[in-house]
Design a binder for this molecule. Structure first.
Ligand code: B1M
Length: 207
C-alpha cells in the first residue's frame, strides 16, 4: 500500500498530509485517494482495534491523520461547480462521536452542488428539527457508527414527525452498521451505503 495508507495506519498526521500533497502533485485524484487509500486504511485500523492490537489512542491518532488528509482533499472533492441542488443538514446522531464518514459524505454532497449545514457529531433530534425549521433544510443526512446509537436515528425521525416538519424534508441514513432494512423499519427515505451512494440518492430525492 501507499505512503498515505501507511501514514493513516500509523496515526502520523504530518506524514498523511505530506503523502496527500505528494500524491496530488503526482496527478492522483482526490476521490481515488479517499476510496483506495484512506478508507482501506481506516478499515485496517478498525480490524486491528477489533483484534486488540490497537486501542482507543491509536484510533484517535488514525482519525486525526485521516482528518488532516481529508481537509486537503475537501476543496477538490467539492470543486465540481454544479448548480445548488438542495440544502442538506448532516450530522452524527446523539451519543455518537464518529465523524469521519459524515465529513466525507458532507464534502461529497458539497461537490455535488448541495448547500451543506454540518451540525457536527453527537447531534440531538431537536437540533435536526431546528435545522428544518430555522434553516430550511430540505434533506437530512443522519450518520451512526455504533449499534447503540442507531435508535437515535429513529428518535430523530419521530421528533421530525412530532414537530410537524417531516413532510418538508427527506431523511437519509448511513454509517457502517446501518442497512436498507433498518432504514425501511424506521421510516427513512433512503439509505446510503457509502458517500457515493448517498450523493446519488440525495440527487434523486432532491430532483
Ligand atoms: Co470507534 N468504533 N468507537 N472510534 N471506530 C467503530 C465504529 C467499531 C466498529 C470498531 C470495532 O469494534 N471494530 C466499534 C463499533 C461497534 C458497534 O457498535 N457495532 C467502535 C467502538 C466500539 C467505539 C467506542 C465505543 C470505543 C470505546 O470507547 N470503548 C467509542 C465510542 C465513542 C462514541 O461515539 N460515543 C469509539 C470511539 C472512536 C474514536 C473517537 C476513537 C474514533 C472516531 C474519531 C472520529 O470519527 N473523529 C473511532 C474510530 C476511528 C473507529 C473506526 C476504527 C473507524 C471509523 C471510520 O472513521 N471509518 C471504526 C471501525 C471501522 O469502521 N472499521 C470504529 C472510516 C469512514 C470513512 O467510514 O464512518 O463507515 P464510515 O463512513 C462511510 C459509510 O459508513 C458511509 O459513508 C462513509 C464513506 O464511505 N456513511 C454514510 C457514514 N455516514 C453516513 C451518512 C449518510 C450516508 C452514508 O447519510 C445519508
Amino acid at each position: 500500500m501507499s505512503e498515505l495508507y501507511d501514514a493513516i495506519l500509523q496515526g502520523n498526521a504530518k506524514a498523511a498530509v505530506e503523502a496527500t500533497r505528494a500524491a496530488l502533485a503526482a496527478g492522483g485524484l482526490a476521490l481515488d485517494l479517499v476510496s483506495r487509500e484512506m478508507i482501506p486504511a481506516m478499515d485496517e485500523v478498525g480490524r486491528l482495534y477489533h483484534c486488540e492490537e490497537y486501542f482507543v489512542p491509536e484510533l484517535l491518532l488514525a482519525a486525526r491523520a485521516m482528518k488532516g488528509a481529508l481537509e486537503l482533499l475537501r476543496p477538490l472533492l467539492a470543486a465540481s461547480g454544479a448548480e445548488p441542488a438542495g440544502r442538506v443538514a448532516i450530522g452524527t446522531v446523539k451519543g455518537d462521536l464518529h465523524d469521519i464518514g459524515k465529513n466525507l459524505v458532507g464534502a461529497m454532497l458539497e461537490g455535488a452542488g448541495f448547500e451543506v449545514i454540518d451540525l457536527g457529531a453527537d447531534v440531538s433530534a431537536e437540533r435536526f428539527v431546528d435545522a428544518v425549521r430555522s434553516r430550511n433544510a430540505n434533506l437530512i443526512c443522519l450518520s451512526a457508527l455504533l449499534t447503540v446509537t442507531m435508535p437515535a436515528m429513529k428518535a430523530t425521525i419521530e421528533a421530525l414527525n412530532a414537530a410537524g416538519v417531516r413532510g418538508q424534508v427527506k431523511v437519509l441514513v448511513g454509517g457502517a452498521p446501518v442497512t436498507q432494512k433498518f432504514a425501511d423499519q424506521i421510516g427513512a427515505d433512503g439509505f446510503g451505503e457509502d458517500a457515493t451512494a448517498a450523493v446519488a440518492l440525495a440527487r434523486q430525492l432532491a430532483g
